[in-house]
Design a protein around this ligand. Structure first.
Ligand SMILES: Nc1nc2c(ncn2[C@@H]2O[C@H](COP(=O)(O)OP(=O)(O)OP(=O)(O)O)[C@@H](O)[C@H]2O)c(=O)[nH]1
Ligand SMILES: [Zn+2]
Length: 205
């Protein structure tokens, strides 16, 4: 059976030690399910899957400071800022299968606003890790607080968990909704209601 290693060894060594380790693991997975890793269609699969998994978890190599990159602007604007329906793809930390959906974030500026794309980049940092939805929701809210110290923040995530669709209870239509409200969004029901109303509007372009 040394044939298995002969064929794949060239593909296993990568300049990136994470990719090398993941490639070895995917080779084991392919063998564990009884497949032939030398089959034409599978020869490059461990290396490909390793790179894909590295992408799915690239949030571990990023920080809020580096992605925000000074895109914090002083403004005389104290009304709500909302970015809604931002797609997320994450991995459930219990089964390592995807959960995906949409995030809406809002905040009340306290003399500072954040570059709009940076909200989406902050969401990427935390969604591209092994997660549970509640933790992801909280980490996004806390990162916005860390970046611009707003008067309040709200984060709502609606997602489908493949571990509940493809396996387990197999509830294909189920959506998980989580929210995190901080500061004015938590303390003031009018602020919270304004946020929830605005993000649930279906705007036609
Ligand atoms: N709260 C929460 N639970 C999650 C999330 N993603 C997956 N889970 C749940 O994690 C739980 C793991 O339960 P276990 O009993 O340890 O694992 P399991 O036997 O695979 O469970 P089933 O999915 O019920 O088959 C399941 O109830 C999943 O639905 C998440 O983002 N948040
Ligand atoms: Zn799961």
């Amino acid at each position: 059976m040394s044939r298995i290693f002969d064929v794949d060894e060239d593909n296993i060594e990568s300049t990136d030690p994470t990719v090398t380790a993941l490639t070895k693991s995917y080779l084991d997975i392919i063998k564990a399910v009884g497949e032939d890793p030398n089959r034409e269609g599978l020869v490059k699969t461990p290396a490909r899957a390793a790179k894909a998994f590295q992408f799915f978890t690239h949030g571990y190599s990023e920080t809020v400071q580096t992605v925000v990159n000074d895109a914090i602007f002083s403004v005389d604007y104290d009304q709500m800022v909302i970015l809604k329906d931002i797609e997320i793809f994450s991995l459930c930390e219990h089964h390592l299968v995807p959960f995906f959906g949409k995030v809406s974030v809002g905040y009340l500026p306290n003399k500072k606003v954040l570059g709009l794309s940076k909200l989406a980049r902050i969401i990427e940092i935390f969604s591209r890790r092994l997660q549970i939805q509640e933790q992801l929701t909280k980490q996004i809210a806390e990162a916005i607080v860390e970046a611009i110290q707003p008067a309040g923040v709200g984060v709502v995530i609606e997602a489908k968990h493949m571990c509940m669709l493809m396996r387990g209870v197999e509830k294909v239509s189920s959506n998980a909704l989580t929210s995190m409200m901080l500061g004015e969004f938590r303390e003031n029901s009018k602020t919270r209601d304004e946020f929830l109303t605005l993000i649930s509007r279906n705007q036609k372009q």
